[in-house]
Design a binder for this molecule. Structure first.
Ligand SMILES: [Zn+2]
Length: 500
């Protein structure tokens, strides 16, 4: 049996966030060790669930190390990074007879002392395992670097946003590992990075332009000699020189083919760049429309998405809802541990006056005073029904539903974007019966909410994940870059961007 080490270190770092990502932040979301990790993910459609099933399919003896993931937030402390990496390296040292390594890394991690968390992980593992193959899967928002490309044998990126294919890509990684170990595959990769950092809201793979790009990428992947095609949208708010979109084509020992196909897809993305602009609707205009509708109208507070590192305590939408007298609505999810504690102190059925939200930084509005009745107090645990992370249990900490003038305000102790309808149902709220559902999310909400929505509207809210990228003080990205620099929108086609 082939012995394959596995592990996960996942963080999407928004360097503009003042929330420090220490070990506790990983403990709050996922920090599992050894067999405990495999037991947690077995049977789920998640990256590690995929590795477990791939091992059964391809006859691997899977050696677990650490499975760590924290909600997107500010830089990962060096202490946390070294502790997590140290556990993976210890697993390698205790298993000197390893045949290979299968990892899941996010790809947009930044630590206090490195812009390239994943490159550092891969370099450290390479030093330990020598020539043994390393294959890693990555989030669609990875900011790929030359270091990652050099230190790993194959980089397999997810193909979807919302991310509904993490399981399938882990199965791919397992299949490629088997082919590599049996000598049938000699991976040869080429990466191309057009000078673009599209806002994540424009990276939704369910519509043009990303849909067009991914269809082409999947077509190329089926061609003779091509082993894997990875396209990433990138994550702008990591703010470093490698931020942005990327194409990686891996062939079976054919550098020319890899070069040709990677360039072709990169050229396609570049040619479509003007379609990667986001045009959100003002909050009040959207609310006016929604109030007239039968619903559900799903209104996305895309500027305050905790899944992209925003605090999830922005108050612009809530304030407008209260002022406009919105009824029959639910807002998911306001992060405010202090308000949760006060509501719990008041108790179920009782009226309470709270100052909610606007407590983290200066980008997301002021606290708003609300008067409401505490309807539900929950431990915030629910199991995903899908289509994202189906089967995985999530904990949002102690959670309350505050009923205020026709608005069900969900307030939780932990930051979590609403990707699954079980979030509402676990709190006794039936989302299909609401006229308005406000979600703090950029794109992920679409997978579960679009099927029940009469209409979806993206709100033009300020915040750390606003598609108005110029609203944040980027310092370290390479310039010029689309869409920040006007010449990159260009009427004139720029050729040969990859030479610069
Ligand atoms: Zn992502």
């Amino acid at each position: 049996m082939m012995k394959i080490l596995t592990g996960m270190i996942s963080h999407e770092t928004n360097v503009f966030s003042n929330i420090v990502t220490d070990l506790r932040k990983f403990e709050e979301r996922a920090l599992l060790r050894g067999r405990e990790g495999l037991d947690f993910y077995v049977g789920t459609r998640s990256p590690i669930g995929g590795f477990i099933d791939a091992s059964r399919a391809y006859g691997f003896d899977l050696v677990p190390t650490i499975f760590a993931s924290a909600s997107p937030s500010g830089k990962v402390t060096d202490e946390a990074f070294e502790a997590l990496l140290g556990e993976v390296l210890r697993g390698i040292r205790e298993n000197r007879d390893l045949d290979g390594v299968l990892l899941h890394l996010h790809g947009a991690g930044v630590t206090e002392s490195s812009d390239d968390l994943e490159g550092e992980v891969l370099r450290a593992i390479r030093e330990e395992v020598g020539g043994a193959p390393i294959i890693s899967t990555f989030d669609f928002h990875a900011n790929y670097t030359e270091l990652m490309l050099r230190e790993a044998d194959i980089l397999v990126g997810w193909d979807t946003y919302p991310h509904v294919d993490s399981y399938e890509r882990s199965m791919d990684a397992g299949r490629l590992m088997k082919a590599l170990l049996e000598g049938e595959l000699k991976p040869t990769s080429v990466m191309k990075k057009p000078p673009m950092m599209p806002a994540p809201q424009a990276q939704y793979t369910g519509r043009h332009p990303m849909k067009t790009v991914m269809e082409r990428a999947c077509g190329v992947e089926k061609e003779e000699g091509v082993a894997n095609v990875t396209v990433a949208g990138g994550f702008p708010w990591s703010d470093h020189k490698d931020v942005g979109a990327a194409v990686i084509v891996t062939t079976n020992n054919d550098a020319g083919l890899a070069e040709e196909k990677a360039q072709e897809i990169a050229d396609l993305i570049w040619s479509l760049r003007r379609d990667f602009l986001v045009r959100p609707t003002t909050v009040r205009e959207a609310l006016r429309e929604a109030m007239k509708a039968k619903g559900p109208y799903v209104l996305a507070d895309i500027g305050d998405n905790p899944g992209g590192g925003a605090p999830s305590d922005g108050t612009f939408v809530l304030k407008a809802m209260l002022e406009m007298g919105v009824r029959d609505a639910v807002l998911a999810v306001m992060w405010d541990p202090e308000a949760v504690a006060k509501a719990i102190e008041a108790g179920v059925g009782n009226k309470v006056i709270l100052r909610v939200g606007g407590k983290t930084d200066q980008f997301h509005g002021e606290p708003v005073e609300v008067t409401g009745r505490v309807r539900i107090i929950s431990d915030g645990r629910f199991q995903h029904k899908g289509p994202m992370m189906t089967g995985v249990w999530t904990e949002m900490g102690r959670t309350v539903v505050l009923e205020c003038d026709g608005i069900d305000l969900i307030i939780a102790e932990r930051r979590l974007q609403p990707t699954d309808l079980q979030l509402y149902r676990s709190l006794g709220i039936e989302p299909t019966e609401k006229r308005i559902i406000v979600v703090k999310s950029s794109v992920h909400y679409r997978a579960s909410h679009e099927p029940i929505a009469e209409r979806v509207i993206e709100l033009d809210t300020p915040g750390l994940t606003s598609p108005r990228l110029a609203s944040l003080p980027f310092k370290r990205i390479r310039r010029p870059i689309f869409p920040l620099d006007p010449e990159m929108l260009g009427i004139v086609e720029l050729k040969g961007f990859e030479e610069e």
